[in-house]
Design a binder for this molecule. Structure first.
Ligand code: GLY
Length: 290
């Protein structure tokens, strides 16, 4: 069972995990962005860095092969640990590389973005893109631990934080009217690292609870696609028109659209829908690709 640790003291937390794990080598996977902004925050002896090029266009088999080779060159064995330090591209690809290297080595996810902390790093989906399709090749394999740390969020552009917040909002809609109402009035620009951790302590268990009931997405886990079905249509259209939008923004607009459908089909509370639409308009703007 995957353990999620909430800590803004990333060094002590990782050090404790490594000390308890009896590993012969500890590799840290970053992309070129997190090698610059997140890796310098780690103060650990003896770790072997592996850096891959940043960007979704590099989430492919060539990059996985480069990671496998780096593990071999660094003397990696079944007793080695891979720490994935980055956003969703790093945790997806690193998880896949670890799950397939020597039939599987242990790995830990250290998400550096809110979006990754609340979604990609948790729940065991790993993989790469192939043939123009996202996450076409992959396996379900859980990181033994996910270290959720808001100490990395200070390096994020505000649009990136907002993008992750859409997923936090989604979890609240799936679980608790009270949390949802609170989030509608939360100003994410003012949150301290400890307040972020408090918020994530409420949000991430929603996903964990759903994944525990349906780890390989046979049915229930699809509720995590709330906002995404319509959101992906917004994303694709924007991309087609040469004006890409951040994933979380498309999800936020998708949440509003799907909640309108829910109002029409299932009587979703009209006042709450109104509050959601106003909050999304004020925080994410409107979908406008003209
Ligand atoms: N990102 C949705 C899931 O992990 O199922």
């Amino acid at each position: 069972m995957q353990q999620v640790i909430y800590s803004n003291d990333i060094n002590n937390t990782l050090e404790g995990l490594i000390a308890n794990g009896d590993f012969n080598r500890v590799f840290v996977l970053t992309d070129t962005n997190t090698a610059r902004v997140a890796l310098p925050l780690l103060d650990l002896d003896g770790i072997i860095p592996i850096t891959i090029p940043a960007g979704e266009e590099n989430k492919n088999l060539d990059t996985v092969q480069a990671v496998w080779q780096a593990l071999i060159d660094g003397g990696g064995t079944r007793q080695s640990l891979l720490v994935n330090l980055g956003g969703g591209m790093v945790t997806d690809l690193g998880g896949f590389a670890a799950a397939t290297f020597k039939r599987g080595i242990r790995f830990v996810n250290c998400p550096t973005t809110l979006l990754c902390a609340v979604d990609a790093a948790v729940g065991g989906k790993t993989g790469i893109d192939h043939g123009g399709l996202k996450n076409e090749i992959g396996v379900f394999a859980e990181a033994s631990h996910v270290i959720v740390s808001a100490c990395f969020f200070a390096t994020l552009p505000e649009a990136e934080l907002r993008s992750g917040f859409a997923e936090v909002l989604k979890h609240a809609m799936l679980s608790s009217t009270d949390s949802f109402k609170t989030l509608l009035h939360t100003n994410i620009g003012n949150l301290s690292p400890n307040q972020w951790l408090d918020l994530l302590r409420q949000s991430i268990p929603v996903k964990q609870g759903i994944v525990a009931q349906d780890p390989t997405e046979q049915g229930l886990r699809r509720v995590l696609n709330l906002g995404h079905t319509v959101g992906h249509a917004f994303e694709s259209l924007a991309l087609q028109r040469g004006k890409p939008v951040p994933h979380g923004y498309a999800v936020a607009w998708g949440l509003v659209t799907e909640t309108v459908l829910s109002r029409l089909e299932a009587g979703f509370d009209g006042m709450l829908l109104n509050d959601l639409a106003l909050m999304v308009r004020d925080s994410f703007g409107s979908f406008n690709i003209t």
